[in-house]
Design a protein around this ligand. Structure first.
Ligand code: GLC
Length: 416
C-alpha cells in the first residue's frame, strides 16, 4: 500500500516524550531497566506527577507555529505507565491526558500520532518469554525476558490481551492518523502478532500510517538520532532530540541551535524524509522555554520558505550542489539551500534541463545565471551569481531554479 500523501507532504512532525520520568528528570524507562534508578523510586514519580499546567491547546498552537503538520505523543512508554485511564493493566496516570491532546491538534489542523511501546517492562506477564533465537549465553534482563526453561505462554497470552485492550481503547477513541510503535526488538513478528495488531488498529483507523517498528506492517523507515548519509529509499522519518534527551531532564541544556535544526531539517527533507523533532515537557506539562524558542525559530524559517518545504519531493543527490535541495511536486522547480554566503558565482552540475529563471525565493530578486561548457551528453555547469547581502537569510537562503521542463539529471563520469 502506498503511504498516505499527507505524511510525505508534511515534512515536520513533533515528537513529545512526556511521562512520569519528567518528575525526577531521569531517563524514560531505561533508567530502571539499566539499574540506574531503583524500580520503586522510579515508580514513586507516579504520585508526584501533576500535569498541573497541562494545556494541550498551547502545545498545538506552539507546534503549529513550529511549522509541524503532525505530532506524536508517548501514550505509553516501555515503563508501562499509560497516559490515560485505561481499563487494562494497573499502571496509568489516573486520568485521560490523550483526548485533550487529540482534540487540540485537530482544531489546529494537525494530524494525530500516538507512540506506543510494544514492550512493557512493568506488566507482570511481560517477562514471561524470550525472543526466539536469542543466544542463551547473553544475559537476560529481568524486566524483559525469562530463561527458556521458565517460559509461561499462558502469561504471554494475557499480555497480548492487555496490549490489545489498550490499543483498542486508543484506536477507537482517537482514530489516530499515525501510530508510532517502539520496542519491537525484544520479540519476534509472530510473538507480537503484528498482522493482527495492524488489523485491529485499521478496523478503527483504516488510513493509519505505521512506522517501521511495526515490522512487516511498517509504512516508512525510522532512522533515529543519526542523520543518514545516504537517504533511505522510499518514505522515511528521522527522529531527533532537541537536546540530548527524549524526555525532560533538568541538567540537559545541550540544545541544538536554530541553525543546526534548520540544517538537520533541510538535509532531511532534501533526502525525501520528514523530521520528527522531539521535545520533553516538564512533569507539569509545560514545554521548557529553551525548547519552545527553538521550535519558534525553526517555524519562522519554514514560514519564510514554505514553498520550498511542504509538498516537495527529494532534491538533487549528492554531487550536483553543495547543500540540500528540494524539488516541486511537478519536478519543474528546484529549490537550492545555501548555508553560507557565496563569495562569487557558484556552480550546479549535471542539469540536463534548461533553466528559465533563478530567483531568491524570499525576495523574488532574479539572479544572473549561465551554462558554461558541456560536451555531448554531459551538460555544462550552471553558474549562478551570488545573491546580494540584503537577500541572504540569516540561517539558510533558498533559491528557486525554474526549469524548462521536468528535471533531468546527468549522473555520468564525464566524457573521456
Ligand atoms: C528508543 C528508546 C526510547 C525512545 C525511542 C524514540 O527506541 O528506547 O526511549 O523513546 O527510541 O525513538
Amino acid at each position: 500500500m502506498a503511504i498516505q500523501p499527507w505524511f510525505t507532504d508534511a515534512k515536520l512532525g513533533i515528537f513529545v516524550h512526556w511521562g512520569i520520568y519528567a518528575v525526577d528528570g531521569v531517563q524514560e524507562s531505561w533508567s530502571f531497566y539499566d539499574d540506574i534508578v531503583p524500580y520503586d523510586r522510579y515508580m514513586s514519580q507516579l504520585d508526584r506527577f501533576t500535569a498541573a499546567r497541562y494545556d494541550p491547546r498551547d502545545w498545538a498552537r506552539l507546534f503549529a507555529r513550529a511549522g509541524a503538520r503532525y505530532v506524536v505523543l508517548t501514550s505509553r512508554h516501555h515503563d508501562g505507565v499509560a497516559l490515560w485511564d485505561s481499563a487494562h493493566g494497573r499502571l496509568n496516570v489516573g486520568r485521560d491526558l490523550i483526548t485533550g491532546y487529540a482534540d487540540a491538534l485537530r482544531e489546529e489542523g494537525l494530524k494525530v500520532g500516538l507512540y506506543y511501546s510494544h514492550s512493557d517492562w512493568s506488566h507482570p506477564d511481560y517477562a514471561s518469554t524470550r525472543r526466539p533465537g536469542r543466544p542463551p549465553e547473553q544475559e537476560d534482563n529481568r524486566y524483559s525476558e525469562v530463561a527458556a526453561e521458565c517460559e509461561d505462554l499462558a502469561a504471554w497470552e494475557r499480555f497480548i490481551a492487555y496490549r490489545d485492550g489498550q490499543i483498542r481503547e486508543l484506536a477507537e477513541r482517537h482514530r489516530p492518523d499515525l501510530m508510532w510503535f517502539d520496542g519491537e526488538w525484544e520479540r519476534s513478528e509472530e510473538q507480537w502478532r503484528i498482522r493482527e495488531l495492524a488489523a485491529l488498529v485499521r478496523s478503527y483507523a483504516p488510513d493509519v500510517v505505521f512506522n517501521a517498528r511495526m515490522l512487516s506492517e511498517g509504512d516508512y523507515a525510522t532512522p533515529e538520532q543519526g542523520a543518514p548519509v545516504v537517504p533511505p529509499e522510499g518514505p522515511w522519518e528521522l527522529c531527533l532530540t532537541i537536546n540530548d534527551s527524549w524526555g525532560f531532564q533538568h541538567h540537559d541544556h545541550h540544545h541544538k541551535s536554530v541553525d543546526q535544526l534548520i540544517r538537520y531539517f533541510t538535509e532531511t527533507i532534501g533526502g525525501g524524509g520528514n523530521l520528527l523533532l522531539d521535545v520533553g515537557p516538564r512533569e507539569d506539562g509545560t514545554v521548557p522555554a529553551e525548547q519552545a524558542e527553538r521550535l519558534e525559530g525553526l517555524g519562522d524559517w519554514i514560514g519564510r520558505h514554505a514553498e520550498a518545504v511542504y509538498g516537495t519531493v527529494r532534491g538533487l543527490p549528492a554531487g550536483h550542489h553543495h547543500g540540500p535541495s528540494t524539488l516541486s511536486q511537478d519536478h519543474r522547480t528546484l529549490y537550492l539551500m545555501l548555508f553560507d554566503a557565496p563569495r562569487a558565482a557558484f556552480g550546479v552540475r549535471g542539469l540536463r534541463s534548461g533553466v528559465r529563471r533563478v530567483t531568491v525565493l524570499r525576495s523574488g530578486r532574479e539572479l544572473g545565471h549561465r551554462v558554461i561548457g558541456g560536451l555531448h551528453e554531459a551538460p555544462g555547469v550552471l553558474w549562478i551569481d551570488p545573491p546580494a547581502a540584503a537577500d541572504l537569510d540569516p540561517h539558510a537562503t533558498v533559491l528557486a531554479v525554474e526549469l524548462d521542463g521536468e528535471l533531468e539529471l546527468y549522473r555520468g563520469a564525464g566524457r573521456s
